[in-house]
Design a protein around this ligand. Structure first.
Ligand code: ADP
Ligand code: ASP
Ligand code: MG
Length: 476
């Protein structure tokens, strides 16, 4: 719980702003927060499905296919207009908002047509397209809030989240962002205005639009909370907080009322989509509170982030394994050969080769014999990575020091998480025997040095079986 109740940042995810029903809840949530907190900042995602639709349309356009563009245009217009018509009763405000949405949709069409002419979609152009989702939803949400009589103002975060030009995964410049955020938002907050701002997007110092990576609106809320600073950041989503597993995989998943910094960090990193992995660091460093809660069940307390020091590595609430998560669509790549034995620098060269393709590696395992290196990469870049490795090690392959570089079919990384695992012997044994009992074959294993997680790789077809089997260990 925060020490004082002055400034609150609330972020609403795609589903939370994706329908009339959800937006009615959002209005009520903002109204209640406003009654308790003198300074409230609202951060919004694009309406659900919009970012995907924008990016799919862009990549189709870049391949010369603009036939579906008018369908996309219609879908976008309808999605936004339906909620404006229902929830913005003030005629002038409704008309103004509709016009603004129309202008943004025209620029979407223009950008896609330009991509079709060029036959390519650069990361910079894709960010310009992807940003339109939040640039539309922010206007709709601000109008809806204003319509309820609350003084609200739409502000694009491109004006204060200042980033580098690493398009699609931009990194904020904290100094510039702190200055700009305070400069722009504090006067509004001082006047009692609720700034409604875009998640996910920022801009370079020169004003070119960037995005913080898919799912990045959580991160935006954390950045804004940290730099103001706020007392609390609340992430409003479509489930009752962080749960023992993804409720879409196992409906018996339960909410974790409290979670430690290292547990949520591992969970988010290993695929629990409920929180973007970059969200945690800014709030921890700024010492502010974080809560994850449900727009569709607002009275549920959700999950609170707790400091690691409070748990001291002991199991939280007596639970050793606290949650299980999965990352799908991965492949294992193995570099194999007797000639690798004791040769220094093979791993360094291998991972430099992987990095040169812009691919990140979520998991590495090495057999003690040093005769192979094995790691996971996302399926869609696996072939490119293998190609690059064959190039880099071409002379070793020719000399038979490396026998082959190969990849598996699609696999999933299943991870169990819990701070209490550090001091509890036998957890790995229990985990593996549970998978064995359920006939889920483990292809590779990795344990983080913090011992807060154990990851196992299983065939794609075994994903659900493995998650459900391990989840049984938690809830039984
Ligand atoms: P938002 O649009 O609000 O950001 P996301 O779809 O990004 O929401 O994240 C919420 C989803 O995360 C949930 O609907 C749920 O299916 C998924 N999820 C995965 N793992 C977990 C978990 N451990 N706890 C809760 N939700 C999870
Ligand atoms: N709209 C963005 C996405 O779909 C960001 C977010 O929702 O967090 O990735
Ligand atoms: Mg999300």
């Amino acid at each position: 719980m925060p020490k004082s109740k002055q400034t609150l940042v609330m972020k609403f995810g795609g589903t939370s702003v994706g329908s009339i029903k959800a937006l009615i809840n959002v209005m009520e949530i903002i109204r209640e927060a406003r009654a308790e907190w003198p300074r409230v900042i609202v951060v919004t995602s694009a309406m659900s499905g919009v970012t995907n639709l924008l990016l799919e349309s862009a990549s189709r356009a870049a391949q010369g296919n603009t036939e579906s563009l008018s369908d996309a245009e219609t879908t976008l217009r309808e999605k936004h207009f339906v909620v404006i018509d229902e929830l913005v009763r003030n005629g002038t405000l409704s008309k103004k908002t509709r016009n603004e949405i129309n202008t943004l949709i025209f620029s979407f069409v223009d950008l896609c047509k330009a991509m079709a002419v060029l036959g390519e979609a650069s990361p910079r152009a894709l960010d310009a397209v992807a940003s339109l989702g939040e640039r539309m939803s922010v206007r709709v949400l601000a109008a809806i809030v204003e319509n309820t009589g609350i003084n609200a103002k739409a502000v694009e975060s491109t004006e204060f989240i200042i980033t580098n030009d690493h398009f699609q995964n931009a990194h904020p410049d904290l100094k510039a962002t702190t200055e700009q955020t305070r400069h722009l938002l504090n006067p509004l907050l001082d006047e009692g205005v609720v700034p409604v701002t875009t998640g996910f997007i920022g801009a370079t110092p020169g004003g070119v639009i960037t995005t913080l990576g898919r799912g990045g609106s959580d991160y935006s809320a954390a950045i804004i909370g940290a730099v103001l600073p706020a007392d609390d950041v609340w992430i409003w989503t479509d489930v009752d907080g962080v749960m023992t597993t993804d409720p879409r995989i196992d409906s018996s998943a339960r909410t974790l009322p409290e979670i430690t910094y290292s547990e949520i960090a591992e969970l988010a990193y290993y695929g629990a989509k409920v929180l973007h992995p970059k969200t945690i660091r800014p709030v921890i460093e700024a010492g502010i509170g974080l809560r994850i809660c449900n727009t569709f069940n607002p009275s549920h307390p959700g999950t609170r982030l707790m400091a690691n020091v409070k748990s001291k590595g002991k199991p939280v609430n007596g639970q050793v394994v606290r949650a299980v998560t999965a990352i799908r669509n991965q492949r294992l790549i193995t570099i194999e050969g007797r000639g690798m034995l004791g040769v220094p620098g093979v791993a360094a060269r291998a991972f430099a080769a992987v990095a040169s393709t812009g691919t990140s590696v979520p998991l590495i395992t090495q057999a003690s014999s040093e005769q192979s290196i094995c790691f996971a990469v996302p399926s869609d870049t696996a072939a490119i990575v293998v190609n690059q490795l064959e190039k880099v090690f071409s002379s070793e392959i020719e000399d038979n020091d490396i026998d082959r570089v190969w990849m598996t079919a699609d696999v999933s990384i299943i991870t169990v998480v819990g701070v209490g695992m550090q001091h509890t012997p036998g957890v790995a044994g229990r985990v593996f025997s549970q998978l064995g009992k359920n006939n889920a074959n483990v292809l590779a294993i990795a344990q983080g040095s913090s011992e807060v997680s154990i990851s196992m790789v299983v065939a794609a077809a075994d994903t659900e079986i493995a998650v459900k089997a391990l989840h049984e260990l938690i809830i039984s």
